[in-house]
Write a protein that binds this ligand. Structure first.
Ligand code: ATP
Length: 905
């Protein structure tokens, strides 16, 4: 078959479905055949959006110069050149250039890290090929493919609909309109604009309700969204609240420092000092006091945090989440699949006349049904049991497949478990198909809490089968079935009591019912109420995840409350919550279980208080999740909330950290989330919080490390000007120190492993500034010692016959060596460098060695001596420098020790 003409040119919305099928040479029911799909994939390429145009290399490098500090340096470079100080001027421009290159490389690496995360979250599409439905990666779709979409999906390509049922699509990605629009399959006039093309669904839009099937008419760059991507270019933003705050801070700082420098210059002139020297001093002050390495360090630390989280299976979709994670105070987690395995096995069946135990585990059809006295239970002698199994398996969309010894499931685990137990009793799909054909369905939804199907029996009668939450089913049923197949009035208290007993064991309980038979029966939600017969209950085990219990306890010791939010029943939820430690007598939250009904009945003024105290929320509807998040936020909490369904999207957006399930979640939920868990596991959220705290620690450590250099150097200059003496360090030397130490030493802190106690301290207050009072004290201590040390050595060397270049070289080496020593102290806020060990971050060793080589170069290489006006030093000077560094380290160690003692008291 020849591949069809390029598809994007045809106005598919203006054609009938049949015409589209003909044009694209496909089949409306069987789809493409596999060979043709392969051929088209070769011809049309992968269905991926084009990479955004992005800024070119030159623009990106030029962007590095767009910082207030760089302006200051550029002006300084030009003025220095005008004054005839060509070497100094060249050094300043050299530094600016190196700064731009380093900034560019870091920015590119950070962006690459974020880009690669996208590939970690796959989107899949349901496609019909060779007449068989299958799941493929969205990028494998080709024009002509027959694709099925349903609520929760992200539309994988531009598709002309052939069939649809109550399909609604959120097209905000394309049109900006956030209200979801209904779809149909009528032919539209050719000039219809994209937003009104009701018979099309477009790539990247989100299905919010209903189902549909249609033919792919455009993929990748040819889609409407592809066009937009190419034109606009979706830039990856590296900005977070913190980087914005720091950018603002550095602007204010620059202006302040410039003012101070101008004042210095004016004072110098008034004192009739040499204009060139005074100007040099003013520039020295400006370049000394500005922390050049800060923006780069923040970006790189965040980027490293993001990739560490990705390694632990938490994919960050929005960068600010990295910061927020560290201050999370409450995690609201789903039960099924997040705290539990979502691996269901039916363990017990209750019918009006008999309790049945089921043996076996997992989805393997290995096991038997036993009565309470250990005899095999028979579906021949107990009609209620037979119907409970039969209806559970027939009112069901899941499938079991067998590959050798392994059983796999397709679809919902709850439903798969019902297929397995039916098969254990001998009711195979083949035997069921003989007696029933499904002719209608009311699908399961979390709001409805049941699923109903209409079947035509072999005697041509219609029969309704229902399964769902027990509370909901006792409303639908007015009678219950006995072992002999007869019906009597339902004994609701007995049913609920049985269900509670099962739930208390942590089992998930579903009730099963059969409806009126006849020809025809009315198959609507209303007609079902009160007309059904309850046949029995199936109770299934969904084991808690192995890592959940320890992750919950880590959260508790980190001062983070964990709340379980589930659509399941209060009894089951409480039992599982107790098993994983969410409900714990010792934490004083025992008994705090609220149901959706309790929440609805709470007066609004009591709502936030009650929500804060409870730790299990059962039978909660997705709408109530949104209220829960808002209430917790009202109480000042930073909330992480998990979700997987379409209706969870508003709550995910409202939460400070919306967490979607990568494996089982819908595309709509992933789209609304800040973070996606590729393994759906609760422990992964805890791991991400841990990494988030680590990121913040490392940022703080960098700042605590870098500021003393800036403050110290600034103070040295100000003191020199005030005393009217010559500068102990020159502007170019200051630039050297700032640039080399920031890159070789400071950036290595971004690779610091997390401290052992990150998860034993309380969460950081999001409003709290980066620097606590204790850290400010530390910074001032080190700054003062640095100034004193550098100044003392400078004067001492001069007094002992050294030349000015020699004394200055000694002073700059004081800064470099003290900063190298201090780097090790900054690795922990509380512990000494000895306690952490010197080799736990190899990058630090590499950095210190590099800095040492650079310092030897600037001290001993003749060319460097000329450029930077330095001079070689003898061993005695180095010993004095080392002595100063040791004094500073001992002082910082003593300060940590004293503070620790004071806190312990
Ligand atoms: P979580 O919110 O923790 O994921 P959940 O999976 O129990 O919990 P829902 O999927 O909203 O939440 O299910 C709510 C209730 O509906 C269940 O407790 C169960 O009784 C019933 N139920 C679940 N799945 C089905 C299904 N496929 N068919 C019929 N009823 C179901």
């Amino acid at each position: 078959m020849a591949a069809p003409a390029p598809v994007a040119m045809s106005a598919h919305h203006g054609m009938s479905g049949h015409e589209v099928v003909l044009l694209l040479e496909t089949d409306p029911h069987r789809g493409l055949n596999g060979d043709e799909a392969t051929e088209r994939a070769r011809r049309f390429g992968l269905n991926v959006l084009p990479q955004p145009a992005g800024a070119g290399l030159l623009v990106r490098i030029l962007r590095q110069f767009h910082h207030p500090l760089i302006y200051v340096l550029l002006v300084a470079g030009v003025v220095t050149a005008l004054l005839g100080e060509y070497v100094d001027s060249a050094v300043i421009f050299g530094v600016v250039f190196v700064n731009a290159v380093v900034g560019y490389i870091q920015e590119s690496r950070a962006e690459a890290a974020l880009q690669s995360l996208r590939a970690m979250v796959h989107t899949v599409a349901r496609v019909v090929r060779d007449g068989r439905e299958r799941t493929v990666e969205s990028e494998q779709l080709v024009p002509g493919d027959l694709v099925l979409v349903e609520a929760g999906d992200k539309v994988p390509a531009d598709i002309r609909l052939l069939r649809q049922t109550e399909l609604r699509v959120d097209e905000s990605a394309l049109t900006g309109e956030s209200v979801s629009v209904p779809k149909d399959d009528v032919v539209l006039p050719d000039p219809t604009v994209v937003a009104d093309r009701r018979n099309m669904v477009h790539s990247s839009t989100l299905v919010t309700a209903g189902t549909g099937a249609g033919i792919v008419v455009a993929t990748g760059a040819e889609t409407e969204i592809g066009e937009i991507h190419r034109l606009v270019g979706a830039a990856t933003t590296l900005a977070t609240p913190l980087t914005a705050k720091l950018a603002q801070f550095s602007k204010v700082l620059t202006v302040g420092i410039l003012g101070l420098a101008a004042l210095t210059f004016a004072i110098g002139l008034l004192r009739r000092q040499d204009a060139v020297e005074t100007f040099t001093a003013a520039i020295a002050l400006a370049v000394a006091a500005i922390p050049e390495g800060l923006p780069a360090a923040v970006t790189i630390t965040l980027a490293i945090g993001v990739s560490r989280m990705a390694k632990r299976r938490a994919v960050i979709r929005r960068l600010p989440a990295v910061e927020t994670l560290g201050s999370t105070t409450v995690i609201c987690a789903d039960k099924t699949g997040t705290l539990t395995e979502n691996q269901m096995t039916v363990r017990e069946i209750w019918t009006a006349d008999e309790w049945v135990q089921v043996t076996g585990s997992g989805y393997a059809v290995d096991g038997v049904l036993l009565t309470h006295d250990g005899r095999p239970a028979s579906i021949e002698t107990n009609a209620a049991l037979r119907w409970t199994l039969l209806a559970g398996a027939a009112c069901n969309d899941a499938a079991l497949t067998r590959a050798g010894e392994r059983w796999d499931i397709v679809g919902d685990p709850t439903e798969a478990a019902m297929l397995v137990v039916a098969a254990k009793a001998g009711l195979t799909p083949e035997s069921r198909a003989e007696s029933f054909t499904r002719v209608g369905a009311i699908p399961f939804s979390s709001e409805r809490q049941y699923m109903a199907t209409l079947h035509r029996s072999d005697r041509d009668d219609d029969v309704v089968l229902v399964k769902g939450a027990v509370e909901r089913m006792v409303e639908l049923c007015s009678t219950q079935m006995c072992a002999d197949g007869s019906c009597r009035s339902i004994d609701r208290p007995a049913v609920l009591e049985a269900a509670e007993g099962l739930a208390a064991k942590g089992l998930r309980v579903l009730a099963i019912g059969v409806g009126p038979s006849g020809d025809p029966v009315e198959f609507t939600e209303n007609a079902l109420v009160g007309s059904m017969t309850l046949t029995g209950l199936q109770a299934m085990l969904d084991p808690p995840r192995a890592a959940a219990t320890s992750a919950v306890s880590v959260c508790h010791s980190a001062g983070i409350a964990v709340k379980m939010i589930t659509g399941d029943n209060a009894g089951t939820a409480s039992a599982i919550a107790a098993a994983v430690g969410v409900l714990d007598d010792r934490t004083g939250t025992h008994g705090m279980v609220l149901t959706g009904a309790d929440l609805a009945a709470l007066p609004s003024e009591e709502f936030p208080e009650a929500v804060e105290r409870a730790s299990v929320f059962a039978r909660v509807s997705p709408e109530q999740k949104l209220r829960l998040v808002e209430a917790l936020q009202d109480k000042g909490h930073v909330v992480a909330m998990t979700g997987d369904g379409v209706n969870d999207a508003p709550a995910l957006r409202q939460a400070n950290i919306g967490v979607a399930m990568g494996a089982s979640g819908t595309e709509v939920a992933k789209d609304a989330a800040d973070m996606v868990l590729t393994d759906d596991d609760f422990a992964t959220i805890e791991a991400a919080v841990e990494e988030g705290r680590g990121v913040f620690d490392n940022l703080t450590k960098f700042i605590t490390w870098t500021l003393p250099t800036n403050i110290g150097q600034g103070l040295v200059i100000v003191t020199a000007i005030a005393l009217g003496t010559s500068l102990p360090i020159l502007p170019t030397q200051i630039l050297w120190i700032n640039m080399t130490t920031a890159v070789a030493l400071g950036l290595m802190l971004a690779f610091e492993p997390k401290e052992a106690d990150v998860m034993t301290r309380p969460p950081r207050d999001p409003g709290q500034s980066l620097l606590t009072r204790a850290l400010v004290g530390r910074i001032l201590l080190v700054s003062t010692l640095l100034v004193a040390g550098a100044w003392w050595l400078f004067e001492w060397e001069l007094a002992n016959g050294a030349t000015l270049p020699e004394a200055r070289t000694a002073a700059i080496n004081v800064f470099a060596v003290v900063q190298s020593f201090y780097l090790f102290s900054c690795r922990s806020f509380t512990h000494s460098a000895w306690r952490i060990g010197f080799f736990t971050n190899h990058w630090l060793i590499v950095g210190v060695a590099t800095q040492a080589i650079l310092q030897l170069a600037i001290t001993y290489l003749p060319a460097m001596n000329t450029v930077f006006q330095t001079a070689p030093l003898d061993v005695g000077v180095w010993l004095r420098i080392l002595a100063i560094a040791v004094v500073v380290s001992v002082a910082v160690g003593a300060e940590k020790w004293l503070r620790a003692r004071r806190t312990a008291q």
